[in-house]
Design a binder for this molecule. Sequence first.
Ligand code: GLN
Length: 484
Amino acid sequence: MSKLTDLTIKELNIGYDKKEFKASEVTEAYLKNIDASSNLNAYITVTADEAMAQSKLSDERIGKGSRLSKMDGVPIGVKDLFCTKDIRTTAASHILDDFVPPYESTVTSQLLTAGSIFLGKTNLDEFAMGGANLTSYFGEAINPIKRATDNKEVVTGGSSGGSAASVAGGLAAGSLGTDTGGSIRQPAAFTGIVGLKPTYGRCSRFGIIAYASSLDQAGPMCKTVEDTAIMLNHMAGFDENDSTSVDIAVPDFTNGICDGVKGMKIGIPKELLNENIDKDIEQSWKDKAVRILKDAGAEIVEISLPNLKYALATYYILAPAEASSNLARYDGVRFGLRVDGDTLDDMYLNTRTAGFGEEVKRRIMVGTYVLSAGYYDAYYLKALKVQKLIRQDYLNVFKDVDLIMTPTTPMPAFTVEESKSFDPITMYLQDIFTVPINLARLPAISVPIALSSTEKLPIGIQLVGRDFDEATILKAAKVIEGAK
Ligand code: GLN
C-alpha cells in the first residue's frame, strides 16, 4: 500500500470503508510530515491536538460504519483567512496576529459537520493581497517542487500559497483556499495541484476575512479533480448569513465526472493568442490541451472577448477600493493590534503603520484614492461599468460554447530573488488570465497539464464555465488530468 499521505481523498474513502486504516493514523502521518517539512512554511498555526481529537471521533464513526460524509476523517488545511472558533486567525497580518475569533466561518463549519479534520491554518499573502505568498507577515511559503536546472526553491504562488504547498507537499489531503483574482488557481498551477474557484455566491463568504467582498470566493484545492468535487460538495450551499450567497440547488459534483467532453464546444479567446506567454505554457495550451480535448470528442473554436484587455486595470481599481473600505475596521479599537499614541488619531496612525505590510498599505492608498470625491466617478464608477461589459462578453460567448480554455498563468513559478526585481505591476500582470473570471463572477478551475521543458515546473490550464456550472468544468478537467 502507498503511504497514507499519498492517498487521495477518494482513496481515503475506500480505505475507511474497508477499515484498512484509521483516521487517527492518517492524521498522525500528516502531522509528522508537517513537522518534517516546516521549511515549507505552509502553516501559520498547526492544531495538532484538535486534529487528533477530531480524528478519534472519526475513528469511532468509521468503526461503527456510520461515517458522516466522504469528508469524514479527511485531514485538511484551512487558509488562515477563514475564521475558526477559538483558533487564532491572522490573515497573515501583524494587525491580527493574536486574533482568536469567537465564531466559525460557514464553510469551515460545513466541513466540520461533515467530519473533516483540521490540521491547521495555512499561510497566505497578507489579507490575500499578492500573487506569490511573499507578503505574509509570517514569511513566504515555499513550493515543494524545486527548479530542476539549479535545484532552487521557487514560490508557491499566492495568495493561497500555504494551502497549495500543504497539498503538493503531502501536508494535507486537501486544503481550503479563497480566490479574489486568482488566489486558488494560480498557486494550484505553480504547485501542480487542482484548484477550483466556484461561481460567486456558490459558497458562503460568512466568516472569511474580507479582501474585496464582491469578488472573494472560497474553493477547494486538492490532488485530483475528483477530490476537488468531493470537497466542493461539502462547501457549497446557500447561507442566510451571506447576503450574496445564492439559493440554488447544489448537485453532487462527483456525478457524471467521468462523462468526458464528447460533443462539448470549448472556446479559445483570440485576444489572448498574442499575449506575452511563456513558450512551454503556450504550447501546453494551444497544442497539448487542444489535442487532448479534441481527441476526447470536443470541438475547439475561437471566440472573442473584446473587453478582456481592460480586466486587469478594472480589477486593480475595484479590488483595492473594496479593500480600503473593508480594512478600515482595523483601527486598534475593536480587535487586533493596538499601538497607543498621544491622541486618538495618533493611535490609529501608529496601529495601522505598524500593523499593515507594504502591499496592504499600497492597496489601501490606491483604494482610498479611487473612492475619493472627484475620482470616484472617473475611476471607481467607470471600473464598475467596464466590469459589466466584461461579464457581458462572457455571457455572449457562453450562448455558443460550454467552456472557455486559457492558461492559468503567463509563466511558471519563479524564485524569491527573481521576484525582487518585479515591480508591483509585474506582479499584478501574473493575474492576467485569472482576474477576468472573478470580475465576471464565473467558476473556473486550474488543472495541471505538464511540466516546463527545462525547469520541470508545473503548468496549469484554466477552464471557465457558465454561472453555477462547475460540473461541466470538472468533467473537462478530468479529461485533461486523465490524459497526462
Ligand atoms: N494576486 C491577486 C491580488 O493580489 C489575487 C489575490 C486573490 O485572489 N486573493 O489581488
